[in-house]
Write a protein that binds this ligand. Structure first.
Ligand code: SAH
Ligand code: SF4
Length: 338
């Protein structure tokens, strides 16, 4: 639903203002799934409004898993592209929705299944928001709510920056979805202009950087984006980000056996983060096999983590959600093609 478009449509049809509020409430608060469900409206008005899109995505399938408790929704766009959205249910009551920002991705990271698909198209801000509404509807049926949103599904958010920021405006608007900005996180492969825009437009939104390598040479091999935006430029931008926002940055580091997981790499990572320790947190991620690499052995991962800890780098190991439903973040919409 596009509130602005709907507002002028209702005005053109000489409808009182409360009609807009009713429709907005139905979609953004009660998570109804069609114009027909705005039951307080006259049938004729509901019919007229069908000219406008209620929900740009159609739910095809929901698969669930118990351990860890999560669900993957397969959603179809109006031009029949597949989007997958993952809902992760945490033991502490939080429910995180992992949203996609694009169909496929143009960034070509060598370890990433979405990267292998290549680029399809950008999602609109309505399509991004609608993923959250679908998730909220699913959770409502279980007496639960969306408490967190992460942009860690398919696509690079800062390759679709306008739509991503527009969707955040809608999701945080108290008159619309109304989630606190601090409950939203954006993960980026390191596109500098997007990070700079966060300082201005969304300083409360959490920032995660897919780092994955401590040196320029290695990062270039794993992530072609670092040819355009070097590690040096990225760290300089993050320095600016930290100074201006005083917010912590999460560094994602996928552990690839024999590639980026030695103690030498740990040492390089400590050196890289040394000036930023106060506002950095490293998240070591288990690699989901996409054919290119092998996952780091558990004992090597532990040694790597210990090394960082010993050198006062804040670090955790992320147990990925949804692996058993092929819904792990960064792994979406590839199994059955797109
Ligand atoms: N494009 C954004 C967000 C989507 S990817 C980004 O790159 O940050 C979400 C996370 O999944 C990123 O940290 C990404 O590096 C990670 N990821 C991608 N492929 C993966 C894989 N095969 N195993 C584990 N994590 C992966
Ligand atoms: Fe795109 Fe992120 Fe995958 Fe890289 S890791 S290819 S940026 S989705």
């Amino acid at each position: 639903m596009q509130p602005i478009e709907l507002s002028s449509f209702l005005r053109d049809h000489k409808q009182p203002k409360y009609r807009l509020e009713q429709a907005i409430r139905s979609y953004f608060v009660e998570f109804h799934d069609s114009w027909d469900s705005v039951s307080t409206w006259p049938a004729a008005l509901r019919e007229t409004c069908k000219e406008l899109t209620w929900s740009p995505l159609r739910l095809e399938l929901t698969s669930e898993t118990d351990k860890p408790e999560s669900a993957k929704m397969l959603l179809m766009t109006e031009d029949n592209k597949r989007i997958e959205t993952v809902i992760m249910r945490h033991a502490d009551g939080r429910n995180t929705v992992c949203v996609s920002s694009q169909i496929g991705c143009a960034m070509g990271c060598t370890f990433c299944a979405t990267g292998k698909m290549g680029f399809g198209r950008n999602l609109s801000s309505e399509e991004i928001v609608d993923q959250v509404i679908h998730a909220a509807r699913y959770l409502k049926a279980k007496d639960a709510k969306v408490t967190n949103i992460v942009f860690m599904g398919m696509g690079e958010p800062f390759h679709n920056t306008d739509a991503v920021f527009e969707s955040i405006d809608v999701l945080t608007d108290q008159d619309l979805f109304g989630l606190g900005a601090r409950h939203i996180s954006i993960s980026t492969c390191g596109i500098v202009p997007g990070i700079l825009r966060m300082i201005e437009d969304a300083p409360q939104v959490n920032l995660a950087i897919s780092l994955h390598a401590p040196t320029q040479d290695l990062r270039e091999k794993l992530m072609p984006v670092s040819i355009a935006y070097s590690l040096k430029q990225l760290m300089h931008t993050l320095d600016e980000y930290m100074r201006q926002t005083n917010r912590k940055v999460m560094f994602e580091y996928v552990m690839l056996k024999g590639v980026n997981d030695s103690l030498e790499h740990a040492k390089q990572l400590v050196e890289l983060l040394d000036p930023y320790k106060r506002l950095s947190h490293v998240n070591l991620i288990k690699y989901h096999d996409t054919g290119m690499y092998k996952a780091t052995d558990e004992k090597d991962r532990r040694a790597f983590q210990e090394y960082l800890k010993r050198h006062s780098v804040s670090v955790t190991h992320r147990i990925s959600y949804g692996e058993d439903i092929s819904g792990a973040c960064g792994q979406l919409a590839t199994k059955a093609g797109s």
